[in-house]
Design a binder for this molecule. Structure first.
Ligand code: AMP
Length: 210
């Protein structure tokens, strides 16, 4: 089963992708994580996208598309995948059809004001990727990852001004994709304001026997 997960930054795409990947034993591919990795290792791609990433802007379509295709070629995607962060605009939605067949697109819908409040408290683990929130889901020990004990950090692109910019980009560039997939009867819309586990259950129920 091949899935796409859509949602504004902070809608919970990462957490849902991890849960669904475990539940269906499918591969979780996050283009945001892939791009951050390129920045960390300071590869030529990483250096070329750093400024845009930190400003909350999308990176060029060809850069992310080539990275994703390479990742799909080199991974075992036989049981299926869940794509988190791609497609991000209509161009990517269209080109995606030339290299992967998607069964369903899950949109996690959360109002902007909830997103802004969530993101202002978000902390992530730079080691294992676990995500916490000082308001909604604090780590047991302040500033330390519950899973692996690493010091938690705030992502550069989670700063308030950048969050607003990323939301604007989401509404302008990414939201029109919903209509694209709705017309193909592939869109599943889920209320993303509930608890993480409740949302996962709802998605699994909505997917039925896809
Ligand atoms: P995310 O972790 O999905 O929120 O992505 C973090 C950042 O990576 C975004 O703000 C963009 O700068 C970049 N990014 C991730 N996926 C894409 C994509 N499909 N197209 C363009 N930029 C992307």
């Amino acid at each position: 089963m091949n899935l796409v997960i859509l949602g504004a930054p902070g809608a919970g795409k990462g957490a849902q992708s991890r849960n669904l990947s475990k539940h269906y034993s499918i591969l979780h591919i996050s283009t945001g994580d892939m791009l951050r990795h390129e920045m960390e290792i300071k590869s030529p791609i990483g250096i070329s996208i750093e400024e845009r990433m930190n400003k909350g802007e999308l990176v060029p379509d060809d850069v992310v598309t080539e990275l994703l295709k390479e990742r799909l070629r080199s991974s075992d995607a036989s049981k299926g995948i869940i794509l988190d962060g791609y497609p991000r605009n209509l161009y990517q939605a269209e080109i995606m059809e030339s290299f992967v067949v998607i069964d369903k697109v899950i949109s996690i819908d959360v109002p902007d004001e909830v997103i802004v409040s969530r993101m202002s408290g978000r902390l992530i683990c730079p080691n294992c990727g676990a995500s916490f929130n000082i308001h909604y889901h604090p780590p047991i020990k302040k500033g330390i990852c519950d899973v692996c004990g690493t010091k938690l950090v705030k992502r550069d692109d989670d700063k308030a001004k950048t969050v607003k910019k990323r939301l604007k980009t989401y509404h302008k560039e990414t939201e029109p994709i919903k209509e694209f997939f709705r017309k193909k009867s592939k869109l599943v819309e889920i209320d993303g304001t509930n608890d993480i586990e409740v949302i996962t259950e709802e998605i699994i129920k909505a997917l039925g026997d896809v």
